[in-house]
Every structure is written in structure tokens, then in C-alpha cells.
Design a protein around this ligand. Structure first.
Ligand code: PLP
Length: 367
């Protein structure tokens, strides 16, 4: 029987895992990545950060003032919320369309009265927003667009433009399972003159963060092997307990620490090979009835698909409790969080076929 996990660096091939573990980082790798991103996204300046949320914080600080309202997808992760708060801004959650998990102009119109100053475009799970309409909406309402490409680096908008070439700032995450994945890291490309000065982080990464990043793909492969004797879950839980592995949501926002050099080298290769065409979404999604039952059936068949995006409108659940989320106004996001199952697109079709069969029995009509 085969076992398939979401996460655990399962998207890393053997070669990538070895390269990730042993690539020697050099100072020039940071400069090379900065220069490449600045050119690629038509930016003025690129800043490399510890993670995506730190990059997003810098993008927001550069372009907004304390107390400004910013529209954000009502189906997102805590990292985004945390960055908005850290920048001193007020999140305005817009509900989503269940076809693509993104807000459309219809949902934006509904939150207009909250007096927003900007919009974070998220392209959830690699599904692009209707950028032309959103750009027009932004223009009509004097809003600034920030593009968060954590899920969507390397795809195109419906009008043919690449993601990351529209807003005043482009934010990348290099975190686990993101469109570009070096286990941790982030970047912000500032594409327009901005009002507020921001400083690039200068301090070297913490040794513990460096080691966690280096070792994660190796731990992942050990966990997958151990799963065959039903010990994978315990192994990972112990690693989390002793802080050798960090859950993505717990990766600290830190504006003082830069990206690891070796991660810059790895990220540059990945950015260079983004293809823009025949693209696959980051994850496929569907909605199911009685998700708990589906998950236990999947588990019995050797698939571990929990920890999907997203189990709460602002995920994960343990952070959701801290947030005053407008569930009444974001009914679709609440529905999606309750019913969604998503499948990674890096497994071969055949590997996921039995899982699809199980899921098919529980499918809800897409609305
Ligand atoms: C993961 C993620 C980020 C940033 O994540 P980090 O873990 O801080 O790198 C930003 N936006 C979205 C939508 C994400 O999913």
C-alpha cells in the first residue's frame, strides 16, 4: 500500500532534496536573486525576507499608513492577517466566489463602504482573479493593488499578463508547499514609488531557522517511509514538539532577519524555471459532504490529506479563534472552509486515482 501526504516536502524530488540539503549559499546568491526578481517583475527594488508574511508587511508599510483599511480575501491563511496587523492596517474581509475561491468585483462592491485604501490579490490555490475587472474597480475607487503570489507565482491572468506584473508591489513566499518552495523565505518587489521608507533586513538568519530549513525535506522523506509502519505521524509530531520542525503557521514574522543564502540560490533556480503556460494550479479543490468521513476513508486507503487549504476562513483553526471574522458577511468562505478538500498537483494521476474515487462519492455540487 502506498501513502501520500500533503506537505512534508513531498513535492521535492530526490535530486531537489539533495540539492536543498547541500547547496552552499554564497553572498552573491542574495544579490543575484534580488536583481533577477527586480528585472523579472519590472520593479524598482527587491527585498528578501525570512518569510512571505514579513515581505507582505513591508509591501503594506511602504504603501499604506497606519489605520488604513485593506481588502483581503475572506478565505486565506493567518500569515496574511498577521502581516496586515503588523503593518498597523485594518483587514476588510471580502467574501469569495465558490468557483475560484477568490473575491470578484461583486464581493468588492459589498465591502466598499468600509472605506478601503487597497486590495491584496491572492489568486487562491493558483486560480487567477479576474484582474481586468478588479483593476478597473481599483481605479474607480482609488485603491492600490498588492499582489500576493504565495499560491500563484508562474501563472497568467485571464488577459495574458503574468501574475506579479500588475500591482504596486509583488509579494512572494518561498515557504513549504508554496508556488516557489525553499521551505522558508520571502521577497517583496516594489514596483512603484512608495510614500513610506522601509528597511531591508540585515541580520543573518537564526541558526535554528537555518537548520530547520536545511533538514525539513530529509525529515519529510523519513516520515513518509515510517508511515509504512504507521509511525510517520508520531515521528513528525515529535519533531514539532522539539521544534526541529515548525508548522508553517508558526513561522515568526520578523523584519530584521534576511533570507538564508542557500535558499536564495534554490529560489533563483525555481523562479527562473516558472513556465507560464499549461499551468497547473497549486492544488485542485472540490467540496464534499461530511468531510470527516471522507478523511477517515482516505486515511484507511493510505492517504493523509488533512491540513488542507483552508480549514477555516482564516486558517489554521487555532489562530482563527483570535480573529474577529465576519462570518455573517462571508458565507461562501465559511462554506468552503467546511467542505473543501484539496489535492496537490505534484503526484501522478495514477497515484491519486483511488483517492479521487473515494472523494467522488461525497462531492457537493459546485455552486
Ligand atoms: C503562506 C502564505 C503567505 C506567506 O507565508 P509565509 O509562511 O510567511 O511565507 C502569504 N499569503 C498567502 C496567501 C499564503 O498562503
Amino acid at each position: 500500500m502506498k501513502y501520500y501526504f500533503l506537505g512534508l516536502a513531498a513535492n521535492y524530488s530526490r535530486e531537489e532534496r539533495l540539492a536543498h540539503t547541500f547547496t552552499r549559499g554564497r553572498k552573491e546568491d542574495l544579490r543575484d536573486l534580488e536583481n533577477f526578481l527586480t528585472r523579472k517583475y519590472g520593479g524598482k527594488r527587491t527585498i528578501l525576507t525570512k518569510n512571505g508574511r514579513s515581505a507582505l508587511t513591508l509591501a503594506l508599510r511602504a504603501n499604506f499608513n497606519e489605520g488604513d483599511g485593506i481588502i483581503v480575501n475572506g478565505f486565506t491563511c493567518y500569515a496574511v492577517y498577521e502581516a496586515i496587523k503588523e503593518a498597523g492596517l485594518v483587514p476588510i474581509f471580502a467574501d469569495i466566489d465558490l468557483r475560484d475561491l477568490n473575491f470578484s468585483v461583486k464581493e468588492l462592491e459589498e465591502v466598499k463602504t468600509a472605506n478601503p485604501k487597497g486590495i491584496i490579490v491572492q489568486n487562491t490555490l493558483g486560480n487567477p482573479v479576474d484582474i481586468v475587472a478588479i483593476e478597473q474597480f481599483a481605479k474607480d475607487n482609488n485603491l492600490v493593488i498588492i499582489e500576493d503570489l504565495a499560491h500563484s507565482a508562474g501563472i497568467k491572468y485571464p488577459d495574458g499578463r503574468e501574475t506579479g506584473t500588475v500591482g504596486v508591489a509583488t509579494v512572494l513566499s518561498f515557504g513549504k508547499d508554496k508556488a516557489i518552495d525553499t521551505i522558508s523565505g520571502g521577497a517583496v518587489i516594489l514596483r512603484a514609488p512608495h510614500d513610506n521608507p522601509i528597511r531591508a533586513p540585515k541580520k543573518a538568519p537564526k541558526v535554528s531557522d537555518y537548520l530547520r530549513s536545511r533538514l525539513y525535506p530529509t525529515f519529510g522523506v523519513i516520515a513518509r517511509v515510517l508511515t509504512r509502519v504507521h509511525l510517520g505521524g508520531i515521528f513528525m509530531r515529535v519533531l514539532v514538539k522539539i521544534h526541529w520542525v515548525e508548522k508553517s503557521a508558526d513561522n515568526r514574522l520578523d523584519l530584521t532577519r534576511r533570507l538564508c543564502r542557500f535558499e536564495a540560490a534554490r529560489a533563483l533556480l525555481q523562479v527562473k524555471s516558472l513556465t507560464y503556460g499549461g499551468e497547473r494550479p497549486l492544488r485542485e479543490f472540490c467540496f464534499v459532504k461530511n468531510r470527516r468521513e471522507v478523511l477517515s476513508k482516505l486515511k484507511a486507503a493510505g492517504y493523509y490529506f488533512d491540513g488542507f487549504w483552508y480549514e477555516k476562513p482564516v486558517s489554521p483553526e487555532r489562530y482563527y479563534r483570535r480573529i474577529d471574522f465576519p462570518e455573517e458577511k462571508c458565507k461562501n468562505a465559511v462554506y468552503a472552509a467546511k467542505h473543501i478538500v484539496n489535492l496537490p498537483t505534484y503526484y501522478r494521476k495514477k497515484e491519486l486515482e483511488p483517492a479521487r474515487k473515494i472523494i467522488a462519492e461525497y462531492l457537493e455540487e459546485k455552486k
